[in-house]
Every structure is written in C-alpha cells, then in structure tokens.
Design a protein around this ligand. Structure first.
Ligand SMILES: Nc1ncnc2c1ncn2[C@@H]1O[C@H](COP(=O)(O)OP(=O)(O)OP(=O)(O)O)[C@@H](O)[C@H]1O
Length: 276
C-alpha cells in the first residue's frame, strides 16, 4: 500500500467562478456493481466556466463517473447537484435538458443521416415543434425549421464544418466525426459538457487543434467542460482543475503542476518503485 498524501482541502475552482454557484457538485457519490465498488466517495466541484480533467489508469472508473452524472447509471449512494439542484430521480433525457451533454468514447452518430441532421437531433430539445404544426407543416413549423437550420450551421462553424452540412455523417473522416459529436452535444445548449476521450484516434495536429477548440468553446459559450483523456499533453495543457481516479477513488485533485508532482499520481501511473 502506498502512503496516502492528504487531499488538499482548498478548492481547485478557478478564482473567477468562486462567487457563482458551481455548475456541478458531487457528494459521496458511489456505485457498486454486485460485489464490485466501481466508484466510491467521489466528491468534486466544478466551476461555471472551468475546464476540468478526469484522469486515471484503465478501469479506474472514469467513464462510470460520466455514466453516473448523465444517469445512464443510478448511483448506489451520494448526491449530484447541477446548478445547485439535486438530479436524483431524473432520467438521462431530463438531465440533458437540465444542462449536461456528453460525447462517448466510441463515436455514436447517426451515420446514415447528414451532418446537419445530426446537429438538429441535438437541437431538438431546444427548438420545440408543436405536433400539429409539424404534422400539417404550418408556417410556424417552417419558421422553426429555418431557425434550426441557421443554428446548426452556426454551431458547425465552430469547427469550420458548415460546408459539410449536407454530407453523410458516416462518410466523414474519423477526426471530423469526433468534432461533429461535440457539435451535436453543444446543440443541446449545455451548461456542462462532458467529453469522453475527445482526442482518441486523433493525430498530433488534430489534437493541437482540438485543444484550441475546447478552449474556444468554453470562452464562446461560457460553459464548463469536463474531459476524460489519456493524452497528458492535452490534459495538462488546457485543464485548470484535474482530478485523478484510481480503483474508483479520487487519489488527487489539483492544478496541472500539482498533479505532475504528486507522488501518489506518479505511482498510480508508473507503478510502485522497488524498495531499497
Ligand atoms: N455495467 C457494469 N457492470 C459491471 N461492471 C462495470 C460496469 N460498468 C463499469 N464496470 C466496471 O467498473 C470499473 C470501472 O470501469 P470504467 O469503464 O468506468 O473505467 P475507465 O476508467 O473509464 O477505464 P478506461 O480508461 O479503460 O476507459 C471496471 O472494473 C469495469 O469493469
């Protein structure tokens, strides 16, 4: 067993967010699968415009945390507060409407639909068609449709993808599909965007561009972003607060500099040094 370094009690929320209600707060969050405790005592606070990182070795419980936050899994214990309000009892759809959007480790697009249609699926919880006006194709329907079209193009322009609006999503190169997933998640107008390994499969120049774009998204939309990522250059380069999980428990929280120097983190990643 390694010697535990006491967790810092100070907050890692950026100073500019300290006077606002945190976008997310989890208290004693945990989940068991049968006899396996996948996540335990997960306590984390994320500021309204923070870019936060969740890192840890394979199987540490990172995706399970995202599944808990988005209600794919119901927690065994603990609470989740979104904008100061508990999300217990909410479904995945309700939690999305309340402000949490996510992307997945494996791309989940509607590959036979166009790029624009994929974004419009995200917009659907924003632009509400009345069933009757939609069925009868009344003027109000076309008005909503025009708004959705313009908004979809505006969102695609974040990644300079407007020209691809009519292309089939499945025909896009891999990196573009990952970007489209982010756009679709953004279309649901989240206050917290969860990105599960956004740089997976990207080449170094795509990753560098992604880093710029994640920061741009935060600046433009003034939202919080939490990302799971194995690419340490990306994590250390753009995350303000970093939380490290190991065997389902937080072993460290801090800034990039603090995390890089933390012996417990180094050991979790690099393995225990030989005694003597
Ligand atoms: N639905 C489930 N049923 C049983 N066990 C599960 C379930 N979901 C996750 N687990 C277990 O919980 C643990 C954490 O898995 P998780 O996928 O969250 O890890 P991770 O940190 O995201 O890993 P990676 O970096 O490899 O994606 C693993 O032991 C996994 O097998």
């Amino acid at each position: 067993m390694s010697k535990m370094v006491p967790l810092p009690t100070n907050s890692i929320i950026p100073e500019r967010d300290l006077d606002k209600i945190p976008v997310l707060e989890t208290r004693h969050l945990g989940i068991d699968f049968g006899g396996l405790t996948a996540v335990d005592e997960f306590n984390l606070t994320i500021g309204r415009t923070e870019i936060a990182g969740l890192i840890g070795p394979n199987g540490a419980g990172k995706t399970t945390v995202f599944n808990l936050l988005t209600k794919v899994y119901q927690p065994t214990r603990g609470t989740i507060l979104l904008d100061g309000k508990e999300t217990s009892g909410m479904s995945t759809v309700q939690v999305n409407q309340a402000g949490i959007a996510r992307t997945f480790q494996n791309i989940r697009l509607f590959s036979s639909l166009t790029v624009e249609e994929n974004v419009k699926i995200g917009l659907h919880n924003q632009v509400k068609y009345r069933t009757v006006s939609g069925l009868l194709r009344l003027p109000s329907y076309w008005n909503q449709e025009k708004i959705a079209h313009e908004r979809a193009l505006e969102l695609l322009s974040i990644f300079n993808m407007e020209d691809l609006a009519g292309h089939r999503a499945g025909s896009l190169p891999y990196g573009a599909q990952r970007r489209l997933e982010i756009v679709r998640a953004l279309a649901t107008n989240p206050s917290l965007l969860l990105l599960d390994e956004p740089a997976a499969g990207m080449n170094p120049s795509e990753t560098a561009e992604l880093m710029e774009n994640i920061t741009k998204i935060r600046d433009t939309f003034q939202i919080a972003i939490m990302l799971i990522e194995h690419d340490m250059n990306l994590v250390m380069g753009i995350c303000e607060g970093i939380c490290v999980l190991n065997y389902g428990r937080i072993i460290a929280k801090g800034t990039a500099d603090e995390i890089k120097r933390n012996p417990v983190v180094i050991e979790a990643y690099l393995g225990k040094k030989k005694e003597g």
